[in-house]
Design a protein around this ligand. Structure first.
Ligand code: UD1
Length: 420
């Protein structure tokens, strides 16, 4: 099993370019199934991460022809001939759930097993299933499999009980060719939803309102090929900002959309960091020691993203004063706490497992730690960069799901990290 060896204490300096967003490309890769035409779909700025590699494998198993060429994917989906998703692949990642909406649209039926994904608490799919049912799908769950069918989905009004990102995207994929109009109320507003709307519209769809809490989809009869560049990954960008902040760094990020990171930038400024945004660039200059922040509350977009909660906690471990972190989106998303404690952090988690109180310590010390999930893994790397001595981070399979060459980024900025 490969590991990262991190030697802390080096200030990050220099500039890096941020790649395409994992959370955009995954639903977009489901959207390619909607193209029955002979046209190709070319996706640009695709991150080479294990979640994407697995999704491509699934698409191939369904009969899609996919070719990588550098950062681009060329995709022909006319030959899709299978609506059952391989169980082993399905269990490996949660994002396979989007395939339900897309395959229902394509075949009028779909068979999947319950999806897997990061171990960050219960991740039910009730909102996805409610949404598809509202469009007329008949859903049957048996022996760990979900079967859904509908000869032709019909538009409807869907009120999501919670603005779930995945459920919003799944309903968009299922309603794009449905008969009539679909309205999604209390929709998620994440930038990745806007990205999905943009590609669907470029393929001939009629979607409006993404980025607000009401999305309207006017069903169209067919979609066609497209060339599309996915948005930069705001979570990767945020992670690098936090790594820079934790090391008193001076770093420039290129190819970012600063507007997607407003809540994160606001919290980093509260911690004493200077950040300047200019077009598609962000420059961060951090002081030697950060200040604690009163509260970090994770919320759906445009609130502070749950995916950056663990990295933010890692950098607050050494801040002057006491910070409180409240995780509102997922239960059980504090698995990094135990590992940070091994490095000398002072963190207490309340009995509700939603609130963590972080008392800044003067120094963290390197230790052998294991990434319990994707973003927690990145947090441990950040902690290692700001710790004294050597940190070994195990569990890189989690980190590889969402970070393309994280060690490469950090080495480029002068950090001392090695993958062995
Ligand atoms: C997406 C992101 C993930 C991010 C999360 C929240 C992708 C591929 N993943 O995940 O990185 O952490 O948004 O920003 O885009 N819920 C239900 N029932 C459902 C669906 C969700 O109760 O049917 C709950 C979840 O358990 C969770 C909350 O809603 O507590 C948010 O989940 P959701 O927004 O659906 O996240 P994902 O789409 O899984």
């Amino acid at each position: 099993m490969e590991k990262y060896i991190v030697h802390g204490g080096k200030r990050l300096e220099g500039s890096v370019r941020i790649g395409g967003a994992k959370n955009s490309i995954l639903p977009v890769l489901a959207a390619v199934l909607l193209n029955k035409s002979d046209d190709e779909i070319v996706l640009k700025n695709v991150p080479y991460i294990s979640d994407v590699i697995k999704m491509v494998e699934i698409l191939r198993s369904l009969g899609v022809n996919v070719t990588w060429s550098g950062k681009n994917l060329t995709i022909y989906s006319r030959g899709v001939n299978n609506y059952s998703v391989n169980e082993v692949l399905m269990r490996e990642m949660r994002s396979t759930i989007f395939l339900m909406g897309a395959l229902l649209t394509r075949f009028g039926q779909v068979c999947i097993s319950y999806p897997g994904g990061c171990a960050i608490g219960q991740r039910p799919i009730d909102l996805h299933l409610k949404g598809l049912t509202a469009l007329g799908a008949q859903i049957r769950e048996q022996h760990g499999y979900i079967y859904a069918s509908s000869p032709r989905l019909t538009g409807g009004n869907i009120h999501l009980d919670y603005p779930s990102v995945g459920a919003t995207e799944n309903v968009m994929l299922a309603s794009i060719c449905a008969r009539g109009i679909t309205m999604i109320y209390n929709a998620a507003k994440e930038p990745e939803i806007v990205d999905l709307q943009n590609i669907l519209n470029k393929m001939g769809g009629r979607v409006r309102g993404a980025g607000t809490d009401q999305i309207r989809i006017d069903g169209v009869s067919q979609l066609h090929g497209v060339e599309y560049t996915v948005i930069p990954d705001r979570v990767v960008a945020g992670t690098i900002l936090m790594a820079a902040a934790a090391t008193g760094g001076d770093v420039q990020l290129e190819n970012v959309i600063p507007g997607h990171l407003e809540a994160v930038i606001a919290k980093l400024r509260e911690a004493g960091v200077q950040i300047r945004a200019e077009n598609d660039r962000l420059h961060i200059l951090a002081p030697e020691r950060l200040r604690a922040v009163e509260f970090v509350r994770t919320l759906p977009y445009p609130g502070f993203p749950t995916d950056l909660q663990a990295p933010m906690m890692a950098l607050l471990c050494k801040a002057r004063g006491t910070s409180m972190i409240i995780e509102n989106v997922f239960d059980s998303r504090f698995k990094h706490v135990g590992e940070l404690l091994r490095m000398g952090a002072n963190i207490q988690v309340a009995t509700d497992a939603r609130t963590a109180v972080v008392k800044g310590v003067a120094q963290l010390t390197g230790a052998a730690v294991t990434a319990p999930d994707l973003r927690a893994g990145a947090a441990l790397v950040i902690a290692g960069l700001s710790a004294e001595g050597k940190t070994t981070v195990d569990g890189l399979n989690h980190i590889d799901r969402g970070y393309e060459n994280l060690d490469g980024y950090i080495s480029q900025l002068g950090g001392n990290i090695e993958r062995i």
